[in-house]
Design a protein around this ligand. Structure first.
Ligand code: SPV
Ligand code: MG
Length: 560
């Protein structure tokens, strides 16, 4: 890629006239580029106006350079910077060239007025520097540049200041002698006549640059035919946008809505295109390698045979149970999302067509009546990419449980509730757990969230050994899932006939059965101890309790 300084030099060689458009920020630069101009004028007038300040050297060099850098960074086009009088004397100019060149600017223009200058179209104070002083600035600028292609254009303000053509020409020769790379002959005439006269009389070799703000009737081709090498449209973008914004704001204020302007304003899609949002989105996967955590919710099974939830379920699956205006699965997904889990995979089976999900992927386990939870889990296997939280579809849980679970360092972690030890009733069909807990019951415990090795899991464990209940939620890391896949393969070969742990056959294996098999194969499975903060919904009694909870304390569970 040639440097922008080289690019500008090449353009001077290749084109009869260079068309340059003014900007004050990156957005302007982008629009200029897409309209095929040859370069950009970082206009002092535009930059000042963008700060709502007079074009009178109020802004510092640093502020102007900041705007110029924004422009330059947004475009492949060479940028020519309006540097007013060079921000002081020849030493300021030296420093300025060093900074602008280092920022990748292709050329600078300095004008022969006194600092602080006033915009050329403002009547009154248009004081010119002496020729000697300005020659010193040009020499300082040329000696300061490092890249030989960097250009310094000298702007003659004699016609603006009313000093006449002879003075303009005298200055032109002097600035050429001082080493300027081009001359901006500025004029506030209504026609380009005095420009043409200047060109005709100027016998030097330097390219001539014009800014046809007042003599706007002239075309670039006409200027070229008179020997102009570069035309700078210094402020038309700014003026167009002022008018467009003003009219838009007025209409919105008058009509009380934005409908009146919607069709005239740039669609958001285009705004994002200009920003480069699409590239950013395309590259997100490549650069934003944040660990994504998924959730898998097996929701394929029929409602429990003994359940009295029939009337509220209305033949739908349990996950679609409405709880205070939201389905159970929506409440689960809200809680998971509030913990940063947004890629949610749901496996339907029984009445799957009635499962309504927003921003989650639904998989099917068509053999749900003959298969168990493990089969459902594997139905989503192709979409499981790494770490995931598996949660049964019939539980509701506090987000704190998920948040803490995500911190588990183990490959497979089950959430186990110690409240089982104190529950007065011992329900049937609970998923019981035997976990190793070396703590003496009465001692103080420093670790609020112990992870305990799980030794046994199932519904038929010897009650006297059971100390926890599995709540139906587990964290499975990538390594854990790889082990599960590997051992599940092995189990299928091993258990082709007969029962598989507590399941009638391996096809009907429950998650408990799989985990017990893993443990028996020597794999480590941990339990994360909790106490309360969740509920299963298996019966009308559970359902009413959960509904009551949400009616009374909406802020505590999934809505938080
Ligand atoms: C600018 O754009 O800031 C210029 C050109 O210097 S003019 O406003 O015409 O002086
Ligand atoms: Mg200016």
């Amino acid at each position: 890629m040639p440097s922008k300084t080289a690019k500008l030099r090449q353009l001077f060689q290749a084109k009869p006239i260079l068309r340059i458009m003014g900007a004050h920020n990156g957005l302007g630069a982008k629009l200029i580029e897409r309209n095929h101009f040859d370069g950009i004028w970082a206009s002092g007038l535009e930059i000042s106006t963008s700060y709502a300040l007079p074009d009178a050297n109020i802004l510092t060099m640093t502020e102007n350079l900041h705007a110029a850098t924004m422009i330059n960074d947004a475009t492949e086009l060479p940028v020519i910077c309006d540097c007013d009088t060079g921000y002081g004397n020849a030493f300021n100019v030296q420093h300025m060239v060093k900074k602008y060149e280092a920022a990748g600017i292709a050329a600078v223009v300095i004008e022969d007025k006194l600092f602080p200058k006033v915009n050329s179209f403002i009547p009154g104070r248009q004081e010119l520097a002496s020729v000697e002083e300005f020659m010193g600035k040009i020499e300082a600028a040329k000696n300061a540049q490092v890249d030989p292609d960097f250009m310094v254009f000298a702007r003659i303000e004699a016609l603006i200041a009313g000093w006449g053509m002879d003075e303009a020409l005298r200055r032109a020769y002097a600035y050429a002698e001082a080493g300027a790379d081009g001359l901006v002959i500025h004029s506030k005439g209504a026609t380009p006549d005095e420009i043409y006269e200047f060109i005709q009389k100027f016998k030097g070799k330097l390219p001539v640059i014009v800014i046809p703000t007042t003599f706007y009737g002239v075309t670039a081709d006409e200027l070229a035919s008179h020997g102009v090498k570069m035309v700078i449209y210094a402020n038309q973008g700014l003026r167009a946008s002022i008018r467009a914004m003003d009219e838009t704001f007025k209409k919105i204020r008058e009509t009380g809505s934005t409908a009146s302007v919607e069709k005239q304003i740039t669609p958001m899609k285009e705004v994002f295109e200009i920003q480069g949002m699409h590239r950013l989105k395309d590259e997100e996967k490549k650069y934003l390698r944040k660990e994504t955590i998924q959730a898998v919710i097996p929701a394929a099974g029929d409602p429990p045979a003994a359940s009295d939830l029939g009337p509220v379920l209305n033949k739908g699956p349990l996950c679609m149970l409405p709880i205070c205006g939201k389905t159970l699965i929506d409440r689960q997904m809200d809680t998971l999302r509030s913990c940063g889990i947004s890629d949610i995979l749901v496996v339907g089976g029984y009445s799957a067509s009635s499962i309504r999900l927003e921003q989650a992927t639904l998989f099917q386990n068509p053999n749900f009546h003959k298969t168990g939870v493990v089969h459902s889990l594997f139905s989503a296997s192709q979409a499981i990419r790494g770490k995931f939280v598996m949660t049964y579809s019939d539980i509701i849980f506090d987000r704190m449980i998920v948040e803490r679970l995500l911190l588990s360092p183990y490959d497979i972690t089950l959430v186990i509730d110690r409240a089982y030890q104190t529950l007065p009733r011992r329900e049937k069909n609970l998923d019981l757990v035997i976990a190793e807990n070396s703590d003496e019951p009465q001692t103080r415990r420093l670790d609020r969230q112990p992870f305990l090795p799980v030794r046994g899991i199932g519904q038929k464990l010897p009650k006297q050994k059971v100390n926890y209940e599995f709540i139906g939620m587990a964290l499975i890391r990538e390594e854990g899932w790889n082990k599960i896949k590997q051992l599940w393969n092995q189990a299928q070969k091993q258990f082709q006939k007969g029962s598989f742990y507590e399941a009638e056959n391996i096809e009907q294996a429950d998650f408990n059965d799989l985990i017990q098999y893993m443990i028996d194969q020597g794999e480590s499975v941990y339990g994360m101890e909790i106490e309360h903060g969740w509920s299963e919904i298996h019966s009308m009694e559970d359902y009413e309790r959960v509904n009551r909870f949400f009616r009374e304390r909406v802020d505590s569970l999934s809505d938080t």
